[in-house]
Design a protein. Structure first.
Length: 150
């Protein structure tokens, strides 16, 4: 599958106010994010092979991502999200700093301004964008940025 490209021009420079749903249907907003942590958001499509390779790479680099809050957000339904994470990054699913989220209100694209799947946003402890990547081959840049800012 080719990854969808969105019409936005620049990723959100500061973390927007959002409301997503956990897979148990409870609400997840900015208020649920712990203070003083680097925040990593990945917007993905479960059927996108680029997203599949990216999440697998993030799982391989988990030791570095362990110091962040990982929010994995998709427009897909609960079953597809579970299948995606179980198939491509099963060890991530059980980690306490990983949150699986559904964008049931179709807010992510309008608020975060991703350019294409997989859209990866790294926000500093003060919620400013410090890196944006949308290429599976550039996960190493996120790792380097986390190490530098952690």
């Amino acid at each position: 599958m080719t990854c969808k490209t969105f019409a936005q021009t620049t990723p959100a420079k500061t973390l927007p106010q959002f409301e997503f749903s956990r897979l148990n249907q409870s609400t997840f907003t900015n208020k649920d994010l712990p203070a003083g942590k680097i925040l990593f958001f990945m917007f993905f499509d479960s059927d996108c092979d680029h997203c599949q390779r990216t999440i697998h790479e993030i799982e391989q680099e988990y030791k570095c991502f362990q110091q962040t809050v990982i929010c994995l957000v998709s427009l897909d339904d609960k079953n597809k999200i579970n299948h995606f994470i179980s198939g491509y990054a099963p060890r991530l699913k059980a980690q306490k700093n990983v949150v699986l989220l559904q964008d049931t209100k179709n807010q992510f694209i309008a608020l975060f301004h991703p350019l294409r799947y997989p859209a990866m946003f790294l926000y500093s402890k003060d919620k400013k964008l410090i890196d944006y990547e949308d290429n599976e081959l550039t996960v190493f840049r996120l790792v380097n940025t986390i190490r530098k800012n952690g």
